[in-house]
Design a protein around this ligand. Structure first.
Ligand SMILES: Nc1ncnc2c1ncn2[C@@H]1O[C@H](COP(=O)(O)OP(=O)(O)OP(=O)(O)O)[C@@H](O)[C@H]1O
Ligand SMILES: [Mg+2]
Length: 228
């Protein structure tokens, strides 16, 4: 079943958060989801071990030596496989890209972050060349401040567009996303009385899950349109 890698050579850009957002959204849609945590800090593997979350979401750890086996067995048992990697240019990032049916590259909306995302996209394209197959990929705007000026965002969109990189969607800066870690659960199970903005986050998550589904279906060609 489809393998989606959350990848970036940059730390802290929102990979693990995007993995949890997608896992929760696909589980809410009735799919089984397996997270392969290829980050040595094992934050998602630990996340899976605590709190209340759908039984449909499982997680294991992997490194570059075990990733292939983990991907092959997860493909057999789960509807969706998500790979989360460490935020540095290491072998696991390249392997995760190599095993993926689609790669999502989260980037915070700033010029340096976009440059790092462009480097990661170059790695995806190099890996596609090595593997002699298309690897659909797209950038995900992550931690977008609600107060960001549209002129600033437009300039970044142009920078991304000039690199021919499709955009799969946006996750705004929200307490609800931070709370996924502190409550160790999915958006659907966050206590709405304590955490603001859960409903808006759920809508954003559903939109992202659909756009990633579209990216898997059509490749990179119209993912930007799917997210619009
Ligand atoms: N959309 C968002 N809104 C609010 N906080 C966010 C959002 N996305 C990420 N964060 C916060 O930013 C921090 C980094 O996010 P995250 O752990 O997802 O990044 P990462 O790319 O997985 O980092 P690493 O490279 O260290 O694994 C975390 O504290 C997370 O809670
Ligand atoms: Mg992470």
């Amino acid at each position: 079943m489809p393998v989606i890698a959350l990848a970036s050579c940059k730390g802290g850009c929102g990979k693990s958060t995007a993995a949890l957002v997608l896992a929760g959204a696909y589980a809410a849609d009735g799919y089984t989801v397996h997270i392969i945590d290829a980050d040595r800090s094992a934050r998602l593997f630990n996340w899976a071990g605590f709190g209340a979350k759908p039984a449909a979401i499982t997680a294991t750890c992997a490194d570059e030596k075990t990733l292939r086996q983990e991907v092959e067995s997860a493909r057999q048992t789960s509807d969706v496989v998500l790979i989360d990697v460490e935020g540095s240019a290491n072998a696991s990032v390249a392997f995760a890209i190599g095993y993926a049916d689609a790669v999502i590259v989260p980037a915070n909306p700033s010029a340096p972050d976009v440059e790092d995302a462009i480097s990661t996209v170059k790695l995806v394209r190099d890996m596609a060349g090595v593997a002699r197959r298309a690897i659909p990929h797209a950038l995900l705007w992550s931690r977008v401040p609600s107060a960001i000026r549209s002129r600033e965002m437009d300039a970044l969109e142009i920078q991304v567009g000039e690199g021919g990189i499709p955009v799969v969607g946006r996750l705004h800066e929200r307490t609800a996303y931070k709370s996924l870690f502190s409550y160790a659960t999915t958006l659907d199970h966050l206590p709405q009385a304590d955490v603001p903005g859960v409903e808006k986050a759920k809508l954003e998550a559903a939109r992202l899950a659909a756009a990633v589904g579209e990216l898997l279906r059509v490749g990179g060609a119209s993912a930007g349109e799917a997210a619009a």
